[in-house]
Design a protein around this ligand. Structure first.
Ligand SMILES: NC(=O)c1ccc[n+]([C@@H]2O[C@H](COP(=O)([O-])OP(=O)(O)OC[C@H]3O[C@@H](n4cnc5c(N)ncnc54)[C@H](O)[C@@H]3O)[C@@H](O)[C@H]2O)c1
Length: 337
């Protein structure tokens, strides 16, 4: 099977590439413009097994069209996008152009070149501000409150409409909750991640916490402690990137026999910001300073998946549903960068 991974030099994409290289004999091609991903990740992955790497921007429509026509991929896993919520509020067109327009073009080229399976990275941000503290099902209303979430929801709709028109072209849409942790690679008995999260700027909680623990930042900001949650800080569903990555491989198998669908990817378990801070302190035995600052615009109190659909429908078995492992792998990775 020939698989194209867009955004494979980035955080999540690189973990899927790693699993494909380690687990199966499929032919892997990564397409990435290295705008937020990096070449060092590609070099690390090349040590596992050879694969094709093409540095190209998805906005190069003619080149994308020609490339897909020549290569005739069986499946595309599409990660390439921008994903900083605050940046999307300041520069919405940057998000609509890269996330929605480029995705639309990729879908068209995929259909024209005979691709049968398309796996799309969407986000819990499509649900918007869920008022009740309840786990979110895929059937909940979608109501994004920022251009990032809207750019992904629009891509979901375009993908669904395109597939209705071309029934041989099937999709799985994954709505990720908070992806975290790093490569679970062991050297003898020591956890030594070879790849992990390295965004610049970093906006995700767990890498920010471990950076603070390592003295790369002076203190950790906790945005609001007056939410309607037991300790007042926001609650999120943190899923290990290895489990999330593995779901993409299952999705390709799933589409062999099954129809297109949308799935949440999370553990159905929420931890507050303060619980994450304490978990990291417990795991790595380092104390560090935190400070309570004002809430950020658009932060909701509680964002936790109901993952019963993916668990009952796909052969996906999470292996790292363990906050200690998530924090430890993020910390071991952070020490290397
Ligand atoms: N990290 C999370 O917690 C999270 C949560 C929900 C959804 N997502 C989605 O998952 C996907 C991957 O996220 P990530 O955290 O790995 O991000 P990332 O920034 O680490 O990776 C994105 C990759 O896409 C590449 N890219 C971006 N625009 C491109 C373009 N026009 N042409 C070619 N390559 C391009 C970047 O260089 C980068 O390597 C994104 O679609 C994101 O919206 C991530």
């Amino acid at each position: 099977m020939k698989i194209l991974i867009t955004g494979g030099a980035g955080y999540i994409g690189s973990h899927v590439v790693k699993q494909l290289l380690e687990l199966s004999s499929c032919e892997v091609t990564v397409l990435d413009n290295l705008s937020t991903g990096n070449k060092a990740t590609i070099n690390t992955l090349e040590k596992i097994r050879d694969f094709n790497f093409l540095q190209l921007d998805l906005k190069e429509f003619d080149k994308i069209n020609q490339f897909l026509t020549e290569e005739k991929f069986d499946a595309i896993i599409h990660f390439a996008a921008y994903s900083i919520v605050s940046e999307s509020m300041q520069n919405p067109l940057k998000y609509y152009l890269n996330n929605t327009v480029n995705t639309t073009n990729l879908i068209e080229c995929a259909i024209k070149s005979g691709v049968k399976k398309f796996i799309f990275s969407s986000t819990a941000a499509v649900y918007g501000d869920v008022q009740e503290n309840v786990n979110i099902k895929e059937t909940f209303a979608t109501n994004p409150i920022n251009p990032y979430g809207m750019s992904k929801l629009m891509s979901e709709k375009i993908l669904q409409d395109a597939s209705k028109n071309f029934p041989d072209f099937k999709y799985v849409i994954f709505r990720y909750f908070n992806v975290s942790g790093a490569d679970m690679y062991f050297d003898k008995d020591n956890l030594c991640p070879r790849i992990g999260e390295n965004h610049n700027p970093e906006t995700h909680l767990i890498p920010l916490v471990v950076k603070t623990a390592l003295g790369k930042r002076d203190l950790l900001n906790i945005y609001g402690d007056d939410f309607k949650t037991p300790d007042g800080s926001c609650i999120r569903d943190y899923i290990h990137v290895e489990d999330l990555a593995n779901a993409h491989i299952e999705a390709i198998n799933y589409l062999e026999e099954n129809k297109s669908d949308i799935f949440n990817l999370g553990y159905s378990k929420g931890y507050s910001v303060k619980q994450i801070v304490n978990a990291v302190k417990d795991v790595i035995k380092i104390d560090f300073k935190t400070t309570i600052v004002d809430r950020r615009a658009g932060d909701t109190a509680f964002l936790v998946a109901d993952n019963s659909k993916v668990v009952s429908t796909m052969k996906w078995k999470p292996k790292f549903d363990n906050l200690e492992l998530i924090c430890k792998s993020a910390y071991e990775w952070e020490k290397t960068i």
